[in-house]
Ligand binder design. Structure first.
Ligand code: ADP
Ligand code: MG
Length: 389
């Protein structure tokens, strides 16, 4: 379906055209009619399916520039996602008088407060910063007509559940809530029951969360050989753009140092402990294609639209099934081809087997034989799921 087949005002269509979108993605064409009805909606969809524009178009459409108040509120888990989301809204609203703005931690709250007094119609926020602003009563949500929770499962994983619940409980007047998530854990179910009003539920990822155009490669190798292996792999494949994931900041710093001498200006690093300015700068350089390789911890793996990433490399074995899905979801977006390469050792066999089974993927054994899963032992004393990075 085309955007032009829907009832979208001309000044918004101009913004959509300028972005180069003509055909809607399935998420967009399936959610539009529901969103237009004004009812609450839960959408379980794979990453890279175009959820941002699916929300941004109705958000802009439903905002009235004669009302000097926040009417659309979007909650996202991370600062980078907030920036990305507000950029898309800005593009779509380019030829309208609707103003959007984002607030997130790690940035001067005074500047954000000042900006909020100047007619913001759509606000994108991370939970913590939004609550700081609400407690200081700088901010009124009494005119919010649309609330969007993006990457809801990730917000739960990051321990934001109480914050989200608090924000939802602040919206006591009638409004529409749209909840987006890649998975539907019990916590989110409960939250939806409590705060959503008779929601429709759309499952758009069918049997598997992973995009179809993604090749899942796995290489068995010992801890010590990984660096040599990854250097060889990068030299041989020469990926157009790759993200290399590590489980810890220390590990990421070390890998970055080791690869920097070879890849020089083509490589950089992103993790949660970095200053906001540095993160934003890296994020922009990578999106514009000025960087080829990024070493990252899981903060960078969720929701970010690095549209042209060709390779995702799990240098460290992901700490959960969700982490695997979301890391590898950074590539093969919008039907483009992508490759995920995961290094594993004997100790990861149990988790590897679960990934293959649950996400329903066809593994490609890269430079090794298929491992003997009969030897897979459930790791002892380790929590199956690691929270907050
Ligand atoms: P999600 O939030 O579902 O993971 P995004 O909203 O980040 O996905 O979109 C992924 C990519 O698809 C972005 O680069 C975006 O610009 C692009 N995109 C979104 N909608 C369309 C469309 N209708 N046509 C072409 N590209 C689109
Ligand atoms: Mg998204």
């Amino acid at each position: 379906m085309k955007f032009s087949e829907f009832d979208i005002p001309e000044n918004i269509m101009k913004g959509i055209d300028a972005l180069g979108y003509t055909e809607m993605t399935p998420v967009q064409s399936e959610t539009f009619p529901h969103i237009a009805k004004g009812t609450d909606l839960i959408v379980v969809a794979e990453t890279g399916s175009g959820k941002t524009a699916a929300c941004a178009v109705p958000l802009v459409k439903h905002a009235d520039n004669n009302i000097d108040a926040i009417q659309g509120l979007v909650i996202v888990p991370t600062r980078e996602l907030a920036v990305q989301y507000v950029d898309t809204i800005g593009d779509i609203a380019k030829y309208t008088d609707i103003k959007s703005f984002s607030v997130y931690g790690g940035f001067d709250i005074k500047i954000q407060k000042a900006k909020l007094t100047h007619g913001v119609h759509i606000l994108v926020a991370t939970p913590g910063r939004l609550i700081d602003l609400l407690y200081n009563s700088e901010l009124s949500l009494s005119k919010v007509n649309t609330l969007i929770l993006d990457e809801a499962d990730e917000m739960m994983n990051m321990g934001f559940i109480d914050d989200i619940e608090f924000i939802m409980s602040c919206l006591i007047h009638e409004h529409q809530t749209l909840l987006f998530s890649a998975t539907m854990p019990e916590d989110i179910r409960k939250l939806s029951k409590k705060y959503l009003n008779n929601p429709n539920e759309l499952h758009l990822n069918k049997d598997q969360v992973a995009p179809q155009s993604l090749a899942h490669c796995f290489t068995q190798c010992g801890f010590r050989n990984r660096l040599t292996k990854v250097k060889e792999y990068l030299a041989k494949q020469n990926p157009a753009q790759a993200i290399l994931f590590c489980n810890s900041r220390n590990g990421a710093n070390q890998l970055f140092k080791d690869l920097k001498s070879i890849h020089k200006e083509d490589i950089d690093i992103i993790h949660g402990g970095m200053e906001q300015q540095k993160r934003t700068s890296l994020f922009n350089r990578f999106r514009k294609g000025k960087l080829k390789l990024v070493v990252a911890t899981d903060v960078a793996s969720r929701g970010l639209d690095f549209s042209h990433v060709t390779h995702v490399i799990n240098f460290d074995f992901p700490s959960s099934l969700e982490a695997y899905t979301h890391r590898t979801g950074r590539t093969a977006r919008m039907g483009r081809k992508g490759t995920a390469l995961t290094y594993f050792s004997q100790g990861n066999l149990h988790e590897l087997q679960a990934i293959i089974k649950k996400i329903n993927i066809k593994p490609i054994w890269e430079g090794c034989h298929e491992p003997d899963f009969k030897n897979a032992k459930k790791p002892k004393g380790r929590r199956p799921y690691r929270k907050k990075k």
